[in-house]
Design a protein around this ligand. Structure first.
Ligand code: MSP
Length: 655
């Protein structure tokens, strides 16, 4: 039987400037998808590359005082290095300046011409060089490009035109009959209403006023329009119209083409029409994701280090950056990037939830078993919830990934991590050890090891480096059969007798300090894996020295107050956050609270809550937050605000 195949592409990048973290978003997402499909048994072809021709690139090279080829070569090398440090596992990297691409594009152009889809005429109209896009007078917004809002230029030159109108009805019909073709649905509606319904004009597909492009094969003073050149990469990389086109037969049509929302038009109107003209099938899905923004708006190179992916990987590691990008922003929507938000994810999800699960388990294993994994022991009903969740998890994540819901897939994985942490608290291995219930202790520790193994296998597509570190600590690094998808479809494959060894902390908790906001490791004893232990009565006198516990003096440093909520409103673009004003009796504070999913702002005004009054102020989404409301959170992620039993005056101390 033939292996299932999966062809996924990213856009090919302009090597005109170094890329910022927003650019990495498409590629990291495509990589996670490619890795997930490989894990689940598909033969994957993952394509990325660079879009090197066009007027914009020629001008940038002139500005830099370099030949265009020399100019792009340098940046392409940098892009390839960036993908290496972000662990992008592409199968092919196509450059539009390569012979294999240029040959094929010239053949495509000639084919269009021969079959009467292309004719010669004169173009007179507007052109946006940064977007390399033609616009009609009617489409301009206040004489600027409607996509990037920069000034357009008047172009008047002899050109070849592609008869878009010939295919418009077929395309419209196709889009309507294939609801999965353009995703998310909002982008499909935009294409139909803004571009297809008003009527497609024929597209100018050659230029004569600059040279940096692929020459029209039968009329060398023309170069081929850069979008026709660039879009073709998705098939030229497979060897389309070359002597060896077996990959076209194996992989085309693409299963998923990931792109940013600003280039949906090129990919869902021009591209399918070119494919129809070539007699090729259309890609199964084109997904236009949202943008990663900064609090102050769009990313641009002038924003410096905060968005430089190399600097960020250096500071936080590639896995943490990948996790943030995939978890923080629902794919399709716009999202915000900030180092504060990144650190929060790192500290809460990676250090606390994942890191602690591993540390706690291995520390107990050291203490009770000298590190050697026990046999599976005696089960109890308490284990069932954990095991059932583990059993359902792979299929759930697979379904979410098929819908490109990266964040939701990770949320499911983290629910399981949360369940495993709660299982430790409920099963209380320290009490089992004390009571000498060896068989039961074996079961609990075994179930924890197996749960961590399952988590590590499922983490691979998202965070390729972390699983290996976990396997080394679990003592199963040399057992590849335990790293596979098949190995987690059944609970209980963890080898008893494995030699576990607590190693370096996976993700230290970080904080940004000083005016330069340098990330430094938070000083915490929790960083070192410590045996989970019960406090014996005789130790009660020197509790302050007891690992993980705090003294009454330390507790007293937290200034807890009763606060009354006097204003509450939503924050535009942040679906989890509310902006509140609270009264502490003699002063008012502004706070940003992550409770929007649990409380409607209208219902909050007048509520009395417990408030941390001496927390360092931070800016969230650019809004100053001067304190924190306390809320109880269950494993389902539900939040309930804490309050006092009876009404107490705002500002009253809680102790
Ligand atoms: N060269 C064209 C694509 C041709 S495909 C046949 C191009 N290149 S690009 O370098 O400008 O953009 C590459 C990808 O990066 C696009 O998918 C774009 O949407 C994405 N992003 C650029 N900035 C981004 C953010 N700030 N956030 C998320 N993605 C962003 O377009």
């Amino acid at each position: 039987m033939n292996k299932k195949t999966f062809y996924i592409t990213t856009p090919i990048y302009y090597p005109s400037d170094k890329l910022h973290i927003g650019h990495s978003y498409t590629t990291v997402a495509a990589d996670a998808m490619a890795r997930f499909k490989r894990l689940t048994g598909y033969e994957v072809y993952f394509l990325t590359g660079t879009d090197e021709h066009g007027q914009k690139m020629e001008r940038r090279a002139v500005e830099a005082g370099k030949e265009p080829q020399v100019f792009v070569d340098e940046i392409v090398a940098w892009i390839q290095k960036l993908w290496e440090i972000l662990d992008i596992s592409y199968d092919d990297f196509i450059r539009t300046t390569e012979m294999r691409h240029k040959d094929s594009v010239q053949k495509i152009f000639a084919k269009f011409y021969e079959q009467g889809d292309i004719y010669k005429s004169k173009y007179e109209g507007w052109y946006c060089t940064p977007c390399e896009a033609f616009w009609t007078e009617r489409q301009l917004e206040e004489t600027c490009c409607p996509d990037c809002r920069r000034p357009v230029e008047m172009v008047a030159e002899e050109s070849y035109f592609f008869k878009m109108s010939k295919y418009a009805d077929r395309l419209m019909e196709y889009i309507e009959n294939h609801p999965e073709f353009i995703q998310p649905v909002s982008r499909k509606n935009e294409m139909i209403n803004n571009f297809l319904k008003p009527g497609l004009e024929d597209l100018c597909v050659s230029r004569t006023t600059f040279r940096w492009g692929i020459p029209v094969p039968f009329d060398e003073k023309h170069v081929i329009y850069v979008w026709l050149d660039a879009l073709s990469n998705y098939i030229t990389a497979l060897g389309y119209l070359s002597e060896d086109d077996h990959k076209v037969h194996t992989y085309w049509p693409a299963d998923v083409q990931l792109i940013g929302k600003e280039i949906v038009r090129f990919h869902t109107i021009y591209w399918p029409i070119f494919l129809m003209a070539l007699g090729l099938e259309l890609p199964k899905k084109v997904f236009g994701h949202g943008w990663l923004l900064l609090d102050e708006g769009k990313m641009s190179k002038s924003k410096g280090n905060v968005i430089d992916p190399e600097v960020l990987v250096d500071r936080y590691g590639s896995d943490a950056i990948r996790y943030f990008l995939l978890r923080e922003i629902p794919f399709g929507a716009d999202g915000h990037f900030s180092e504060d938000a990144l650190i929060q994810r790192l500290n809460f999800d990676l250090a606390n939830d994942l890191g602690n699960l591993l540390n706690r388990t291995l520390a107990m294993l050291q203490k009770y078993y000298g590190g050697t994994a026990p046999a599976s022991g005696t089960g109890e009903p308490l284990d069932d919830e954990l095991k059932n969740m583990a059993f359902d998890l792979p299929a759930k994540m697979e379904q979410l990934m098929d819908e490109l819901l990266f964040s939701n897939a990770l949320t499911e994985l983290w629910k399981f991590i949360g369940r495993a942490n709660k299982y430790i608290d409920e099963a209380a291995p320290w009490a089992l050890a004390k009571a000498g219930r060896q068989d039961r202790l074996d079961a609990v520790m075994y179930n924890l090891l197996e749960s961590i193994r399952i988590i590590s296998v499922l983490l691979q597509p998202f965070m390729p480096q972390t699983p290996e570190k976990i396997w080394a600590q679990l003592g199963i690094i040399d057992m590849p059969e335990l790293h596979t998808w098949e190995s987690i479809l059944e609970f209980g494959k963890f080898p008893s007798g494995a030699a576990t060894s607590p190693g370096a902390v996976l993700f230290p908790r970080l904080e940004l300090v000083g005016e330069d906001r340098v990330p430094v490791r938070q000083a915490t004893k929790k960083d070192k894996p410590q045996p989970e232990r019960e406090v014996k009565p005789k130790e009660a006198g020197n509790m302050a020295e007891t690992e993980g516990l705090i003294s009454i003096d330390e507790f007293a440093r937290i200034d807890l107050r009763v606060a009354s909520i006097i204003e509450a409103e939503r924050i535009e673009g942040a679906d989890k956050l509310l902006q509140l004003k609270v009264s502490l009796g003699n002063e008012e504070r502004q706070v940003v609270a992550g409770i929007a999913k649990h409380y409607a702002p209208e219902g909050l005004v007048g509520k009395s809550v417990i408030f941390v009054a001496n927390l360092k102020p931070v800016k969230l989404r650019g809004i100053l937050s001067e304190g924190m409301l306390l809320a109880a959170s269950d494993t389902e992620g539900n939040l309930v605000l804490t309050t006092t039993e009876t009404l107490v005056a705002p500002g009253s101390k809680v102790k």
